[in-house]
Design a protein. Structure first.
Length: 233
């Protein structure tokens, strides 16, 4: 089943994000009050809707509480962005992501309980699209137009297997650069456990992938996404 996202505000960032999500196979609802912007993107997303997102009733009628995430990209009109965020919270939207343009905006959003705040650039839109569509991707960093480095949760079918057995460079065209290993350890005379994260360095061929490992992967983004989706759907 395709993921569903709503993008509110179709400036450069919002439009690019909506297109990126659509290209990855998501259902995308693009919302803006500017008919011209909606015309420009209507053939690239699932649905476009012209409305003022500061109109609570109009926003409520879109059923946004059923979406996987709503991304508010109205950074140039921060007052409207704040009102939109407040209404989305009242509507019970499960995940709200907001574009901010200044550190002050970011602090205000934090005070409103918004933890996912993004910067306005095309690269940030591409990274966000990847992390939204592929839940296992934690973060990514493009090092060229073709290659990227991604932090991702371990796919289930990797667990208990060695890197030599997986043979990812030859079989999938990607490489695991290093592994962040998360472990829970109990304190002396305490029943409480604390989670620790260690970097294991350059992994060896006989390194065994464990359940809670975070993999740092190098390769083409499409190849990485294919590996993370394989046997997970």
């Amino acid at each position: 089943m395709a993921k569903k996202f709503a993008v509110i505000g179709l400036g450069i960032f919002g439009s690019h994000l909506a297109e990126q999500l659509s290209e990855k196979g998501a259902e995308v609802l693009a919302i803006d009050n500017d008919l011209e912007k909606l015309e420009d993107i209507k053939d690239k997303v699932t649905v476009t809707v012209k409305l003022d997102s500061t109109d609570e009733t109009a926003l409520k009628n879109q059923g946004l509480d059923e979406f996987d995430a709503v991304i508010v990209c109205m950074g140039d009109n921060f007052e409207a962005s704040i009102l939109t965020v407040a209404f989305l919270q009242q509507l019970g939207v499960k995940r709200i992501i907001v574009r901010a343009t200044t550190s002050i905006h970011k602090k205000i959003l934090n005070h409103l309980g918004i933890e996912e705040i993004i910067l306005p650039s095309e690269e940030a839109a591409e990274r966000l699209a990847s992390s939204l569509y592929m839940e296992k991707i934690i973060d990514s960093f493009a090092i060229s137009s073709e290659y990227t480095i991604v932090e991702a949760e371990t796919p289930k079918y990797f667990i208990g297997k060695s890197l030599q057995f997986l043979d990812l460079p030859n079989q999938k065209g990607i490489s695991i650069i290093t592994i962040k290993r998360r472990e829970s350890k109990g304190k002396f005379f305490s029943f409480r456990k604390k989670e620790y994260e260690t970097i294991i360095g350059i992994p060896k061929p006989d390194t065994i992938i464990q359940e809670n490992d975070i993999l740092v992967i190098f390769g083409r983004l499409k190849d990485i996404e294919n590996v993370l989706k394989e046997k997970e759907e």
